[in-house]
Design a binder for this molecule. Structure first.
Ligand code: GLU
Length: 312
């Protein structure tokens, strides 16, 4: 277990493919942040959603990280082995009356939203209208959801990102009662990440900006489960030519490390607002980058200006 007060960071890749330029930014940012604070750095393989995972991708990611000199301080955790812990957390939420079974199909949710004159989806996700809050009404359970209406009032989460500043989200109206587990499917990312960040003693979450929108859901779950909230730093995304987040789907290629990892580290560093660092080996490059990152923190991340396109 980590010492009280110690900084514990982590990189939590989903093994849906090899590391690419975008995911290296999150890995490097979280590693630098931990090392600059004299803390520890962990890796967690988020293979909770079996069908989306690609066989061998996790091992490849770990090998790519190692080539870049990014070696976790403990053996990686695998979410596929953590079902019992997620089950206990879900039971606590049920016992507190905060989680309930939902029997609605997508179609039923869409029809209900349309009848209420509401748009069916936000970021492609439906805002659940709360139909099964009062019970399954004879339907079979299809999912377990978190109740986001508390004593008849919406849940508004206010938080401060280390780089993006004060943030606020009305979880009830902007997200709705979200899924914790599908009846015969995987645990949700939200529940798994909250349980594991706490179990691993993570104090500092550093990850891509696309996940900032999930943070209020995770903070709500932390509160409901009586877990401490880590601090959050969301990094700029590396975008593909189409302006979307760089991903396997829009042509992100696996990191090119054959010619050595320094050029890949340097490219990721530009996104993080770091200056160019001359070094012959990844270890030398990383050693020089740690004090540079401490300077970025001291400057309030103001040197992070990257917005679009991956620098060459
Ligand atoms: N597994 C998530 C992803 O690869 C990241 C989770 C996190 O950092 O909280 O997008």
């Amino acid at each position: 277990m980590p010492l009280p007060g110690a900084h514990v960071g982590r990189f939590a890749p989903s093994p849906t493919g090899p590391l690419h330029a975008g995911s290296l930014v999150a890995a490097l940012g979280s590693w630098l942040d931990a090392r600059a604070a004299g803390g520890r750095w962990l890796v967690r393989i988020e293979d909770v959603d079996g069908p989306r995972c690609v066989p061998g991708a996790a091992e490849l990611i770990l090998a790519q990280l190692a080539r870049c000199g990014l070696v976790p301080d403990e053996a990686p955790w695998w979410q596929s082995a953590r079902g019992a812990a997620y089950g206990m957390a879900l039971q606590r939420l049920r016992d507190a009356g905060l989680a309930y079974d939902c029997g609605c199909t997508r179609r039923e949710i869409d029809d209900r939203l349309a009848a209420a004159g509401q748009a069916p989806a936000r970021h492609g996700e439906r805002i659940y209208p709360g139909t099964c809050r009062s019970g399954l009404h004879g339907k079979a359970a299809r999912a377990v959801r978190l109740l986001t209406l508390r004593g008849g009032a919406p849940v508004v989460v206010e938080w401060a990102d280390r780089r993006l500043g004060p943030q606020c989200q009305d979880v009830t109206h902007e997200v709705g009662d979200f899924v914790l587990k599908r009846a015969d499917g995987p645990w949700s990312y939200q529940l798994a990440v909250v349980v594991d960040d706490a179990a691993q003693g993570v104090t500092h979450v550093v990850r891509g900006e696309d996940l900032a929108d999930n943070t209020p859901r995770q903070m709500l779950l932390q509160r409901d489960l009586g877990l401490p909230a880590p601090s959050y730093l969301h990094l700029p995304l590396v975008r593909a030519a189409d302006g979307e987040k760089l991903s396997k789907q829009n042509g992100a290629r696996p990191l090119e490390l054959e010619g050595g990892a320094v050029p890949a580290l340097q490219a990721a560093a530009v996104v993080l607002g770091l200056p160019r660092i001359g070094a012959a080996t990844p270890a030398e490059w990383l050693a020089k980058a740690v004090p540079a990152w401490a300077g970025i923190i001291a400057a309030g991340f103001s040197t992070i200006t990257h917005t679009k396109g991956f620098p060459r």
